[in-house]
Design a protein around this ligand. Structure first.
Ligand SMILES: [Zn+2]
Ligand SMILES: [Zn+2]
Length: 364
């Protein structure tokens, strides 16, 4: 594991690339196929920012596209968990963003639509506006040396976290978004099903909200990792019945909050069965193939339970993730496995789809 310190705003002499500068981009031309291409460095337009990418973590979307588990449109330029340094500002960008700043790249928002004005900018039509297009290739564009992004989706990092840690702001923000949809009160019982990286991010987010966190998982190494990241109780689902164990731990009530962080019909059913009265179940992971989940509307009515979906995150979640990481309020180092140069993107993706691994990071 290599960790390099991100610069503070004042310590950096960020270089603006020459007008004819070119950059390397890692392009997925199909499942299992990576090409390193050269394209012109994009330039920032009105209200846009050019970022020199320093670290991009590989997430489930890129892994599933690479392994062929999830269909995608190719050629695809993955990489949406991005840390970098501001090198050029387009016209109209506010003074809050300055050249040399360490930033993470994330959710954009127009600030003017119904969703933005009612504080739910996750649903803003501009949410994914940072997507890039170089010739016939498209995608979030983090597997590249530079990226242009709307200023509304640029989040300055306070403090001096490593580039690798900053690249984990996006997955942390997604977990914070899921938890923000729940009414978590101090000492509530919260269960996370599945302790992959995203399950573990939810453990971190729930702990910050003061819950007692119970994790159910079948892999003993991941259970140990969950304890390292703050889980209070772990359940080995290969030897214990998670539903019975959660009921036992909660005097039969079940858990007020259950987050399913693994795409599994069986886990969704378990979650439903361990929900306390007034409990909320968050469907955090998509399942491929999808299995329908049966609900009993009368039971849900009587017990005032609920099921919520959660995908991506919004500005407030990103702002919180940037602060938690930058100010050292969370330690995500146990989730960082290894860094690779952009030229080794294929090796990084090969490593990331190995079972039992944590975040692989590309440093363009
Ligand atoms: Zn992600
Ligand atoms: Zn909007």
């Amino acid at each position: 594991m290599t960790q390099t310190a991100a610069p503070t705003a004042t310590a950096t002499q960020a270089g603006q690339p020459a007008s004819d500068a070119r950059m390397r981009v890692g392009v997925m031309t199909g499942p299992g196929a990576i090409e390193i291409r050269e394209v012109p460095v994009p330039r920032p337009g009105v209200n846009e920012v050019l970022v020199r990418v320093r670290a991009t973590a590989i997430c489930t979307w890129e892994q599933r596209s690479y392994s062929g588990q999830q269909s995608n449109k190719f050629p695809f330029i993955g990489g949406h968990e991005i840390a970098g340094e501001v090198v050029e500002l387009g016209p109209g960008v506010s003074d809050e963003i300055t050249v040399g700043q360490a930033v993470t790249i994330g959710s954009a928002a127009c600030g003017q639509c119904h969703w933005c004005r009612s504080g739910r900018d996750r649903m803003c039509p501009q949410h994914y506006r940072g997507s890039v297009a170089y010739d016939d290739a498209w995608g979030p564009g983090g597997f590249a040396e530079y990226k242009v992004h709307p200023a509304s989706g640029i989040y300055p990092i306070p403090g001096d976290a490593s580039w690798e840690a900053i690249s984990l702001a996006e997955p942390l923000s997604c977990a914070l978004h899921a938890v923000a949809q729940l009414d978590v009160r101090v000492a509530d019982d919260a269960v996370v099903l599945g302790a992959g990286v995203m399950g573990l991010m939810n453990v971190v987010a729930l702990k910050k909200h003061g819950a007692r966190v119970i994790v159910s998982e079948i892999d003993p190494d991941r259970l140990a990792k969950a304890r390292e990241l703050g889980a209070d109780i772990t359940i080995d689902a290969t030897s214990e019945d998670p539903i019975a164990r959660v009921r036992e731990l909660t005097q039969g009530r079940g858990a007020e909050h259950v987050i399913v962080a693994i795409g599994s019909g069986k886990a969704n059913e378990q979650a439903m069965a361990m929900l306390a009265d007034r409990g909320r179940l968050v469907l955090f992971a998509s399942a491929h193939p999808m299995t329908p989940l049966e609900i009993d509307p009368n039971e849900m009515h009587n017990r005032e339970t609920g099921v919520i979906g959660s995908l991506s995150s919004e500005q407030a979640d990103f702002q919180a993730a940037a602060r938690l990481i930058g100010l050292g309020q969370v330690d995500l180092r146990p989730l960082i496995q290894r860094s690779f140069p952009l030229t080794d993107l294929a090796a990084a993706l090969d490593a990331s789809v190995e079972p039992g691994t944590y975040r692989m990071i590309v440093t363009p």
